[in-house]
Design a protein around this ligand. Sequence first.
Ligand code: ZN
Length: 396
Amino acid sequence: MNDVVDRCRLLAQCTEEPGFITRTFLSDPMHAVHTHLRAWMEQAGMSVGVDHAGNLRGVYPAARLPAQRLFIGSHLDTVPHAGAFDGILGVVLGVALIERLGGRRLPFAIEVIGFSEEEGVRFGVPFIGSRALIGDVDDELLARSADAITAFGLDSSRIGEARAGDDALGYLEFHIEQGPVLESLSLPLGVVEAISGQSRLDVFVAGKANHAGTTPMNLRRDALAGTAEWIGAVEREARAIPGAVATVGRANVSPGAGNVIPGLVATSLDVRHPDDAVRHDLVDRLLRCAEQIAAGRCLTVSWEQRLDQAAVAMDSGLTQMLASAVAQAGNPVHRMPSGAGHDAMIVARRMPAAMLFLRSPGGISHHPDESVLPADVVAALEVGMRFLEALEQRHG
Ligand SMILES: [Zn+2]
């Protein structure tokens, strides 16, 4: 059995709900996760601390001073009823890389960081840990979470100290793909080029509710039939654009009775693409489509934008270095966007960031069946070593 996989399975036992993996920000089982990780880190020659945002941080010193610092990390919290690998795999892999160095020092320090919070489960706000690392502290959130921070044995007034120093060299994150793409291509690893931007809208289609028995087909203004036609168009248009995904995930039908023609449908629209211009274009096209379909059916359409989150590109230099490491380790290089948000997206605002995906068997994540192939973990470790060697040459 693979060490890294074993360790992830062991840490999965640190949970708030017996029988499930649920571990939120600053919860009791997070202490147990820290205890295990701290022991492995110290054994590997790292000095370990917890910052006041609850991030676990182990530093492996450089060969000499002054030196820059490479961060390797991911998150330690989970969604409710999670799998054993989302987030934590990236931290355990970071520790395993330090162990592989066998005490050999590099021209830069390496800090392995286990972020306290990424999923946004406990306070409804994601990325608390990585935001603290880049010095982005939200006072309102801080006030809400102050009691939890104190209960965990930390001091919320010192959260600013979590900010990374100006000696940051970059950030590397290993993460499971959480999707089916690598498996469908029979590839173990993927090099992330960008975290896709997201648009989220509420779209309303209005017609006229009326009696289902007495209103002839040609005299209806059926909001749901119009919406259905539009949803088909959403799927068609998004399929025509490489890298785009568009989802209507919710539809509330009013009045919602079997013998009444639907008068109003409220839907959600979620559109993602690594290129913001392409995404904005697609959203515009989908809304024009809705207007055309509505006009042809005597319906009206309106919408409200809920989110317009820009894509975040990974650093081109570090990403090229990572792609070379993938090739040198004997793997095909597949570059891909991430459709989900990750800590790397936040950290990239402050320092060069790169990200490597590991294949998700069955494409399954945020579920107890989430897994990873031990051979893929070995491949990722090999890539990590090549990446460190390349950085060593650059800085030697
Ligand atoms: Zn994650």
